[in-house]
Ligand binder design. Structure first.
Ligand code: CO
Length: 456
């Protein structure tokens, strides 16, 4: 059977290349063609799309989802969901997680890809349960990283737990693009032996090895791979859909995508890419190969964040020291995978350690919370001396962090009854607070006919 392809250009593609700035009109441009390509699914929502709609585009992310669903009649729509963080940056109460899943599915999502930065299964439970309750397809993603604890055995045992949890498929999420071809072969071969669930691979081209990694994953029997249509592929994004389809044509792995539709969609998206190149949102730098990420094992986005943090502090010459400090901080913290929000936390701590000249003299609130157990269980034990230095004898929680959170949804609904026009609005407010409130107020005003506005 051929390899299945998930098209990522409308989510991860523009998120990786130009800060998720495609607006809904642009997202819809080639959707009819994409719907006829024969993909396993199209990734359309989640990640930074929601935040960018409200914060930068003055658009309702729910409206985008509904518009996409109207056009996309044949292909499943997929979203990325950060476990108990949903699409935000903190833990939300279970009732908000459940309501968000319910509304995502009702507004058009078919597959929800759920992950936790620490691979703490407890942080996935509420989202998984809700996805199954509302009839969605539930994919659990393992955050991939390299460390002494992140062995093939570690991932195999996680995969078994995931199967027990009731997932419909597993994704290996190599957000940094650091998975080497032979490691992919070994890992996927073992996963195929130890679970019946379909396996999907998600990686990034940043380090210049992704196509080779995909090819070896395919040899090992991977069922699905994530690719992006040519205008939004390569660099910090995914491998090119058309190229992979061509490379595998006529083999037992042939994805059998509709080439005519691929080309038609690509032709429509090319001018959009050009627009973002011309206005500077798409920096040509992110399109080139950066083998340094293989050496430092940090995601491309994190590397550029570190560079800009140091520049702001007038300490650009300290980049090398910071890059050497990142693995040390990661080790102290029990080897968390460097994915949102851990990538930002570890990066900021490394910068502080270098700039102050004393390790852990200054500690961001998030690292403090992390050491209290508020993000969940670290993959390996954290360094107890460092924990003691930072939080003293404070109690460290060992239960599921969200167990401390009281229901939030009904309270927010009552509090914002004057501006929230729907449960979807309440969810936007729950996740993005002031940013969402500002958007919703503006939108509500625009809905009032001008004549009434003038009278008032
Ligand atoms: Co990605």
């Amino acid at each position: 059977m051929g390899v299945k392809i998930v098209e990522t250009c409308l989510r991860d593609g523009h998120q990786s290349l130009f800060a998720t700035r495609m607006n809904t009109e642009e997202v819809l441009t080639a959707l009819k063609e994409l719907d006829n390509v024969g993909y396993h699914a199209i990734e359309i929502w989640g990640g930074a799309t929601f935040d960018a709609c409200l914060r930068f585009l003055n658009e309702d992310p729910w409206e985008r989802l509904r518009e996409v669903r109207k056009v996309c009649k044949k292909t499943k729509l997929q979203m990325l969901f950060r476990g108990q963080n949903i699409l935000g940056y903190r833990h939300y109460a279970d009732d908000v997680v459940e309501k968000f899943v319910e509304k995502s599915i009702k507004n058009g999502i078919d597959i929800i890809r759920i992950f936790d930065a620490l691979n703490d299964i407890r942080n996935l439970e509420a989202a998984v349960k809700a996805t199954k309750k509302y009839g969605g397809e539930c994919q659990i993603a393992l955050s991939y990283t390299t460390s002494p604890v992140h062995t093939v055995e570690y991932y195999v045992s996680l995969a078994k737990e995931i199967e027990k949890l009731g997932a419909d498929s597993i994704c290996i999420k190599d957000m940094a693009g650091v998975m080497l071809p032979e490691d992919a072969y070994k890992l996927i071969s073992e996963l195929k032996k130890n679970t019946k669930l379909p396996i999907e691979l998600h990686s990034h081209c940043t380090g210049g090895i992704c196509e080779m990694t995909y090819r070896r994953a395919i040899d090992a029997g991977v069922d699905i791979v994530d690719c992006a249509l040519s205008p939004l592929s390569g660099g910090t994004s995914q491998p090119c859909t058309e190229s992979l389809n061509a490379a595998l044509a006529g083999t037992e792995f042939d994805p059998k995508l509709n080439v005519e539709m691929l080309n038609a969609a690509s032709a429509k998206l090319m001018p959009i890419k050009q627009k973002y190149l011309d206005n500077g949102t798409l920096n040509p730098k992110v399109l080139s190969v950066n083998p340094n990420i293989l050496k430092y094992q940090v995601p491309g986005g994190m590397l550029s964040n570190l560079i800009s943090q140091l520049k702001q502090q007038g300490a650009s010459d300290k980049l090398d020291d910071v890059l050497k400090e990142v693995p040390n901080v990661r080790k102290d913290m029990g080897y968390p995978p460097l994915v949102t929000p851990l990538s930002q936390m570890v990066g900021t701590q490394a910068v502080m350690n270098v700039i102050t000249g004393e390790r852990y003299k200054m500690v961001p609130k998030e690292i403090n919370d992390y050491l209290h157990g508020k993000y969940g269980k670290s993959p390996a034990p954290v360094d107890e001396d460092i924990r003691k230095k930072i939080i003293g004898d404070d109690k460290v929680i060992t239960y599921r962090p969200a167990d401390d959170l009281k229901p939030e949804f009904e309270g927010l609904k009552a509090q914002y009854k004057d501006i929230a026009k729907s449960d979807e609005d309440v969810l936007s407010i729950a996740l993005f607070g002031d940013v969402a409130i500002k958007f919703i107020k503006q939108r509500n005003e625009d809905l009032i006919p001008t004549v009434i506005k003038v009278k008032a």
